[in-house]
Design a protein around this ligand. Sequence first.
Ligand code: MG
Length: 203
Amino acid sequence: MKIICIGRNYADHAKEMKSELPTTPIFFLKPDTAYLKPGEPFYYPSFTKDLHYECELVVKLCKVGKNISEKFAHKYYKEIGLGIDFTARDLQEQCKAKGLPWEIAKAFEHSAPISKDFIQKEDLNWDQLQFTLKKNDEIVQVGYTKDMIFKVDQIIAYVSQFMTLKTGDLIYTGTPAGVGPVKIGDKLSGFINEKQMFHLEIK
Ligand code: MG
């Protein structure tokens, strides 16, 4: 299983990061060791002093495909979950400044917690979806699928030009504005519409 993450897919987040809007999807990978089993605690890594949450809708691939056309991309996913793309922001800034790849900031152990449950796409009004992240009961991020710069079908078509997508692969579809730091003891809860999808404590 590979984890594909989309960067700068919401204009308001690109703006808060002072990044240009992309003209094609930007993606990077996390290894399968970034997966955090739902319900397991997350331990603050020792190599960063500025760990940030990025709450993202996650699409699970249900079919193998390469060079998938946008027209058929909807056949390659049925389930939607919610996850966190944990980011060591201090390391990412250092990598960016040097023009280096940012794996150390993004691909580390357990950097991709995800909801236990996934929702069937057909049970959702996918184009009108809202997702929310609460930190210690305060709402810190609210996103809407309608604000995605690149829609999931476009992302699948784009990424599958470069690599085969496999059943079980996960696509983290980007984060809206409101990213910020966490500290030990913080609790994060994610919601799709009104449904709570995950609850995570930073240890
Ligand atoms: Mg992200």
